[in-house]
Design a protein around this ligand. Structure first.
Ligand SMILES: C[S@@+](CC[C@H](N)C(=O)[O-])C[C@H]1O[C@@H](n2cnc3c(N)ncnc32)[C@H](O)[C@@H]1O
Length: 410
């Protein structure tokens, strides 16, 4: 018997199913949404728009109380979140012995799938047990012992793990947090980071995370019902995310999630959730969406990515120069202009020249448009006079900080 057959055998027993219901399916849990602190407010808005109350419990965690399948709904629909985790109820662990005893009493076999390697993050603050390494080892040992009783051996995930292929080969993340002798464990529900929508086959150079792109669209007040120009589209991320948002295509629809491999997973319920969500999807966006790119090979890759997401036909792909393109020539009414210029490895005088040209072109061709523009340096922003700026936010991007300026072109 291979591991899947052995697991199927275990899961089909009535006693197992009863226990899974008692501990996992039949209860309310804390569902913790992990999101970069720089756009946690945007994500909170998204969670609330899905009809959930939520509170910020840590600088990068939003908490919803719900059933495990509410976690499915959040993972499927949130455009700006990084992860969704489910928590084991908090317990006190004032000593090493108490911690080990409690960790070993958790029925791990009801929660996770032993075939995925385990990756543990531990954090310890103001507690009698002080060493994060000890806490991680105690947790891994408890999981390992639990599964050994059922004849499964679990492995640790190592640092050679390939996050780019995580949708196909996931690992099971566990976060353990010991604070003032109170222990909280979060179990990751999603596997690969939620920015991995499953459509970007060709990433191109310096692609932005899909989650960041979605956050920028939201910060710019773009709700899918105004025209959009992605003036230097690269791998097409902004245009594709915009088309998906405009058509209400859930961002997680093209991928799988770790929870689909868990013992508590109910396929029928998941299929029903996806079907209900799909009923909201429209056949096409209600507004023109335009993507401009001067490099034809890059443009073709963006189109391929968009085809995987099923939105290639919804975007007008323009092979051309942003500086020669004017939306008025297309009869497009005011909307949002998004720009992520190629500032990459250029020297600063060249970058300044590029932004100066952009400033001039916006004044000429985009008067009255909303704009969201990426800047690599803050000092360039004050020289940019074509836009009445309403927001400036700093975001992490590819190991650097970028500034996103939102406003309206004068
Ligand atoms: C930083 S990349 C955009 C990355 C994109 N946001 C993504 O997530 O993939 C900049 C892109 O702008 C294109 N580009 C540069 N100058 C341009 C211009 N004048 N007109 C149109 N496209 C241009 C480059 O070929 C490159 O693909």
């Amino acid at each position: 018997m291979d591991i899947d057959e052995k697991l199927a055998e275990l899961y089909k027993s009535k006693a197992f199913s009863r226990r899974a219901k008692k501990h996992v399916r039949g209860r309310q849990h804390f569902l913790d949404i992990v999101v970069p602190p720089q756009w946690i407010d945007v994500c909170q808005g998204e969670v609330e728009a899905l009809g959930y109350g939520c509170e910020k419990v840590e600088y990068s965690i939003l908490r919803v109380t719900g059933r495990i399948w509410d976690g499915y709904i959040l993972a499927l629909n949130l455009r700006t979140a990084s992860r969704v985790g489910i928590t084991i109820p908090e317990f006190r662990a004032p000593s090493k012995v108490a911690l080990i005893k409690k960790l070993q009493s958790i029925p791990w076999e009801l929660w996770i799938n032993p075939k995925h390697p385990i990756w543990i993050y531990s954090n310890v603050e103001h507690s009698s047990v002080r060493h994060e390494g000890f806490v991680s080892d105690a947790l891994f040992d408890a999981v390992k012992r639990c599964f050994e009783k059922f004849g499964f051996s679990v492995k640790k995930s190592d640092s050679a793990f390939n996050e780019k292929r995580e949708i196909e080969y996931p690992r099971q993340r566990l976060w353990i947090n010991l604070k003032s002798n109170v222990c909280l464990i979060r179990i990751d529900m999603v596997g690969a980071h939620l920015h991995q929508r499953g459509y970007r086959k060709f990433p191109g150079k310096a692609p932005m995370l899909e989650t960041l792109v979605a956050a920028i669209a939201d910060l710019a007040g773009w709700q899918g019902n105004e025209p959009l120009v992605d003036g230097m589209t690269g791998s097409g991320t902004f245009a594709i995310e915009a088309a998906m948002k405009s058509r209400k295509i859930p961002p997680g629809i093209f991928r799988t999630f770790l929870f689909e491999t868990w013992p508590s997973f109910q396929k029928k319920r998941w299929d029903y959730i996806k079907k209900q969500t799909w009923k909201e999807v429209s056949d096409e966006p209600s507004v023109p969406l335009i993507a401009v790119e001067r490099n034809v090979d890059v443009l073709n890759m963006a189109k391929e990515n968009a085809s995987v997401a099923g939105v290639s036909e919804n975007i007008q792909w323009i092979h051309g120069d942003f500086f020669e393109f004017s939306p008025a020539d297309f009869g497009t009414p005011h909307g949002l202009l998004f720009l992520n210029p190629p500032y990459g490895k250029r020297i600063s005088t060249e970058v300044a020249k590029l932004y100066n040209r952009i400033d001039k072109h916006i004044r000429k061709a985009y008067s009255g448009w909303k704009v969201a523009i990426v800047f690599p340096q803050k000092n360039l922003i004050s020289k940019f006079t074509s836009v009445e700026i309403t927001k400036i936010r700093r975001f992490p991007h590819g190991g650097l900080w970028i500034y996103v300026v939102v406003g309206r072109a004068r």
